[in-house]
Ligand binder design. Structure first.
Ligand code: NAD
Length: 340
């Protein structure tokens, strides 16, 4: 029986890269049934709200969402719908693989995964100004929230991920030397969870700034990395930079009852409507979804076809961001043509 999926094509380049992705999924024989829903600016225009109830209801019903990028207006306007969706479905684990797809980058054969805590830390948004001596913004405070519950479930997720995917090591990055309470609690829980996997998965803890340096100097010393929200936000982009940038990077947001898969890049308003966007990250996000719903063989065939295109096709058959001339649809056709 086909697996029901909530489909949010998104804003800007979203609909075009999603259409390309759906054609690839169809050609590869993915057994999925899509329930199309709106969110973001498209939903504001059509339904006068950035996150309609129908979209949330569909997500609750299917428990699996394939999402394109959504535009978040800067300054005024609504808060990020991406963040709202993560909160609504308690998608606590952000899974960000960084895998070399195309030769000729800074490093060859990178294969890393960063697991970022997605709901706590400084990003809970508990912040305020403090007025003094007539200046209403004399100071500002943000509160970092770390709970034992939140720390435990993300570190457990990282170890379980490592076991499920045949990985050898988990690196726990932190700043417990300075933030002794918040990061200290996170680290304490990290060690407690790691003990349960001793002998099965190697474990190390490392201060976040040193982790950043080692990732750039010698990424091969890492395998799976786990960290709190803001550190993960920053280092996952650094890791995308090791394998060719955000245009090639997918992300999964996983909770106990729901999961959402998306490209890491945004809605690219500067090239929207021109048919030139690179659909790679959206296609890879769909592959993560296929793994999640138990169709890993279809995912493998799509990844092989995509990698084959990026490695072997004449450079002009790549999309423009990769130095070629191909449009979004043309690149999707090339991937479909290579499906084994
Ligand atoms: P962006 O990722 O949309 O674009 C940055 C640059 O990368 C642009 O030059 C763009 O043309 C290029 N680019 C991005 N994706 C591409 C692709 N697939 N193919 C070719 N080129 C690509 O970042 P931005 O301009 O800072 O943000 C635009 C909007 O996207 C903002 O509203 C932002 O809030 C939103 N955004 C959404 C998400 C998400 O939905 N998860 C993530 C990041 C940004």
């Amino acid at each position: 029986m086909s697996i029901p999926i909530t489909l949010i094509p998104g804003d800007g380049i979203g609909p075009a890269i999603m259409e390309a992705t759906l054609r690839v999924l169809d050609a590869a024989g993915a057994d999925l049934e899509f329930d199309r829903q709106l969110a973001g600016m498209t939903a504001v225009h059509e339904r006068h709200t950035p996150l309609p109830d129908e979209t949330l209801d569909s997500g609750r019903r299917t428990g699996v969402i394939l999402k394109g990028p959504l535009t978040t207006p800067v300054g005024s306007g609504f808060r990020s719908i991406n963040v709202a969706l993560r909160k609504e479905f308690d998608l606590y684990a952000n899974v960000r693989p960084a895998v070399t797809l195309m030769p000729g980058g800074r490093y060859e054969d990178i294969d890393l995964v960063l697991i970022r805590e997605n709901t706590e830390g400084l990003y809970v948004g508990v912040e305020h100004y403090i007025g003094m001596e007539g200046d209403p913004k004399a100071a500002a405070e943000s509160v970092m929230i770390i709970t034992r519950f939140g720390a435990q479930r993300i570190v457990e997720y990282a170890f379980d991920y490592a076991v499920r995917n045949g990985r050898r090591k988990v690196t726990f990055a932190h700043k417990a030397n300075i933030l002794k309470y918040t990061q200290g609690l996170f680290l304490e829980v990290g060690h407690q969870v790691a003990e349960r996997y001793a002998g099965q998965i190697e474990f190390e803890d490392m201060i976040i700034d040193a982790t950043a340096m080692h990732l750039v100097m010698n990424p091969y010393r890492f395998d799976v990395l786990v960290m709190e929200n803001m550190f993960g936000d920053i280092l996952s982009d650094l890791m995308a930079g090791l394998v060719g940038g955000l245009g090639m990077a997918p992300g999964g947001n996983i909770g106990s009852d729901a999961a959402m898969f998306e490209p890491v890049h945004g809605s690219a308003p500067d090239i929207a409507g021109q048919g030139i966007a690179n659909p790679t990250a959206q296609i890879l996000a769909a592959c993560m979804l296929l793994d999640h719903v138990g169709q890993p063989e279809v995912a493998r065939r799509i990844r092989d076809a995509l990698t084959g295109c990026l490695r072997d096709c004449a450079p002009e058959l790549r999309t423009r961001d990769l130095g070629g001339h191909a449009g979004t649809a043309e690149f999707a056709d090339a991937v479909i043509g290579r499906l084994a």
